[in-house]
Ligand binder design. Sequence first.
Ligand SMILES: Cc1cc2nc3c(=O)[nH]c(=O)nc-3n(C[C@H](O)[C@H](O)[C@H](O)COP(=O)(O)OP(=O)(O)OC[C@H]3O[C@@H](n4cnc5c(N)ncnc54)[C@H](O)[C@@H]3O)c2cc1C
Length: 288
Amino acid sequence: MIPGSFAYHRPTSVKEAVGLLAQWGDDGRVLAGGHSLIPMMKLRRAMPAHLVDLAGSTELKGIRVEGNDVAIGAMVTQHELVGSELLSGKVPLLRETSLQVADPQVRYVGTIGGNVANGDPGNDMPAVMMCLGATYHVIGQGGERRIAARDFYQGAYFTALETGNVLTAVRIPMPPAGHGYAYEKLKRKIGDYATAAAAVVLTLSGGKVATCSIGLTNVAETPLWAEEAAKILVGSSLDAATVKKAVAAAEAITAPASDARGPAQYRTKMAGVMLARALERAKARASG
Ligand SMILES: Cc1cc2nc3c(=O)[nH]c(=O)nc-3n(C[C@H](O)[C@H](O)[C@H](O)COP(=O)(O)OP(=O)(O)OC[C@H]3O[C@@H](n4cnc5c(N)ncnc54)[C@H](O)[C@@H]3O)c2cc1C
């Protein structure tokens, strides 16, 4: 329950952080809110010799509109996501999801960057970012890369981040005005990770689905983008028969672990139930 010894560094810029990380290779690790990393260090599942705290890099803060996108600095906390009027207006799915992450104490320090970079399939933001078509900005000694959230997750705790990389921002294309959205999460108690969860963003035109995107949380080694399920729904009025087909398509791509949250088969079914509920709420919220 006590972490191994490590050196603590607090650079004041991203450039300095990248320079420090480059010195230590796999012995260095980025520290953001610490609410995933420190518990792992206490369990000795992570034993970095050097922690590079990003809290001194003010350039990683801020939420702003850039063209048709919203850009969120990696060190913006989940609490700040909840309180952002800009996000409530432009990407309300983020507020709805943030309110279901952990509890207020965790949200005060846990960051958007840490949540998406962590690679834990239980984190809520990654599937939401896939659903929204977000892009991650990543910087390292080799320069800057932009990686689509849909290409970022490769396995449990295994992402497209390379040694010494810092994720600097998340960029989200703003969904059109009048879109419908919902994040439905089944959890055992307040503050728990999802047994299964589903994110939906859709638009309607003349009562039919014009566009639809679906993300699923904690029902595979990575977050899932349920592309086929969404395609089934496009052109439909979200009638019961079509929703049933889409739910079956979404369930078919899941491969959850059997664990304390329930057997795999149950968690797959719950992903389907969360999706059906999210579709219903998204439809009710959409105009057009
Ligand atoms: C009791 C409890 C309940 C929780 N429940 C939930 C929940 O329901 N849903 C949920 O989604 N999360 C949950 N969490 C996790 C919480 O949201 C974490 O804060 C979050 O997963 C990680 O964010 P962080 O800022 O704390 O990152 P840290 O813990 O500091 O870092 C996590 C990992 O990401 C890396 N990292 C962090 N920032 C960057 C960056 N900018 N660039 C590159 N790498 C980076 C770190 O090196 C580390 O490997 C819970 C945590 C606790 C303690």
